[in-house]
Design a protein around this ligand. Structure first.
Ligand SMILES: [Zn+2]
Length: 406
């Protein structure tokens, strides 16, 4: 080989290596997928207007995630319905395929779909699934379970310990021992599968040592969703506390990376109840959880991707109702519990929402598109108009993992 050919060959090898290396470093190693259940653009704008009003101003005080550099828009319809619900939407967001309302992780013909959590886990990454509603609820369940019915809570719960996923956290189970409470406790299966179980605030720190898989939930005997932010006590487990534990557990500088799905599940519940103050505090709590991911991103900016979106809008929430060109947040100040906790305040809350000029068109969902906010490695993929089924595919692409639906 003459010198010129040698030089060219060396250049070619260096070139190939640089391209290869650059591609590798361009993939997201740590991925946060935040789903605000029912969180439409109005829920976000309402919360920003509320923050501004607290400072005596008219305007939008930005939430942390609305400052992300990439913003997109996602359609949400399901098969057979323009207005989706959380299992069909969760299935789209986790498997990249649409299904019918109330189906979970399965096609309309009940054949199983594969969540990206399995694709990412198979590629060697650690997986975390977190929610402030029960972990067998539609959105978190869409990331690990398959069932023709989202209401098959016990059947869904039994699939959790089979996943081998590293971290589950938040609310416990709706039916830990089955519909008639006569089945073996799902916690037995979880323990048998090698999970450490941490129960109650602070317990995670006590049991994490040496644990390879973790289930972090509320105090012994307390099952189901975590309390609303407006209702919580100092002993309440919260979404930010669980996300903080998840990051601590999943992060391993020598590991391949992680994928953490975190759901703010009770934005939807508060909006179903047309309860504006509770909705606002849930959005703020969700933003507090996202703040932990932003802190992590700031420490690992070249390896981290954060995607924040919603599964659908709930409540037909409007900023502006009846006549007039202002909102009046002062009337919300006296409310200190959620309507769901204290039904006796329902009428007062309806009136205060009206006085504040906050409107609701429904106690169910609407079909309006939802926003997507993204920052970090691969975030540019989430710009523009897309369908909810595109989002998991883009996450896999950002991670350099082939998306492979059965
Ligand atoms: Zn809902």
């Amino acid at each position: 080989m003459n010198n010129r050919i040698k030089q060219l060959t060396t250049l070619l090898i260096i070139g190939l290596c640089t391209c290869g290396c650059a591609q590798n470093t361009n993939h997201a190693k740590y991925v946060f997928y935040f789903i605000g259940d029912g969180m439409g653009l109005s829920h976000i704008s309402l919360t920003e207007a509320y923050l501004a009003a607290n400072n005596g101003e008219i305007g939008n005080t930005p939430l942390n995630f609305t400052q992300f550099p990439v913003i997109g828009l996602s359609s949400t319809y399901s098969i057979g319905n323009f207005i989706t619900e959380s299992s069909a939407a969760g299935t789209a967001l986790s498997t990249g395929e649409k299904t019918t309302n109330s189906a979970l992780g399965v096609r309309p013909d009940s054949t199983h779909l594969r969540s990206i959590s399995y694709m990412i886990h198979d590629a060697g990454y650690s997986i975390g699934i977190v929610s402030n509603v029960s972990i067998d609820h539609a959105t978190p369940a869409a990331f690990y379970a398959c069932s023709p019915s989202r209401s098959d809570y016990y059947g869904i719960a039994l699939q959790l310990p089979l996943t081998g996923f590293e971290f589950f956290g938040g609310g416990g189970f709706i039916r830990p021992s089955g519909r008639d409470k006569d089945q073996p406790s799902v916690y037995e299966s979880i323990t048998d599968a090698g999970y450490a179980i941490a129960r109650g605030v602070g317990s995670y720190q006590l049991v994490k040592e040496g644990a390879s898989k973790m289930f972090y939930t509320q105090d012994e005997g307390v099952e189901g969703d975590l309390p609303y932010a407006i209702d919580r006590t100092e002993n309440s487990l919260t979404l930010p506390l669980v996300v903080e534990a998840a990051i601590d557990f999943l992060y391993n500088p020598k590991g391949k990376g992680f994928f953490l799905m975190s759901e703010g599940g009770k934005i939807d519940w508060a909006a179903h109840s047309n309860d504006a103050k509770t909705t606002i505090l849930e959005v703020l709590d969700f933003a507090d959880a996202i703040n932990l991911a932003i802190t992590f991103y700031n420490q690992h900016p070249n390896e981290t991707l954060i995607v924040v979106t919603a599964d659908h809008e709930t409540g037909g929430l409007a900023l502006g109702a009846k006549n007039g060109y202002n909102l009046f947040f002062d009337v919300l100040k006296t409310q200190t519990t959620s309507v769901d906790t204290d039904k006796s305040i329902a009428q007062a809350v309806t009136l205060s929402n009206q006085e504040a000029r906050i409107g609701w068109t429904t106690t169910s969902h609407t079909g309006v598109s939802v926003p997507i906010f993204a920052i970090g490695v691969g975030s540019e993929k989430f710009s523009g108009q897309m369908d909810n089924t595109d989002i998991p595919k883009k996450i896999c692409a950002a991670m350099g993992i082939s998306f492979n639906q059965q």
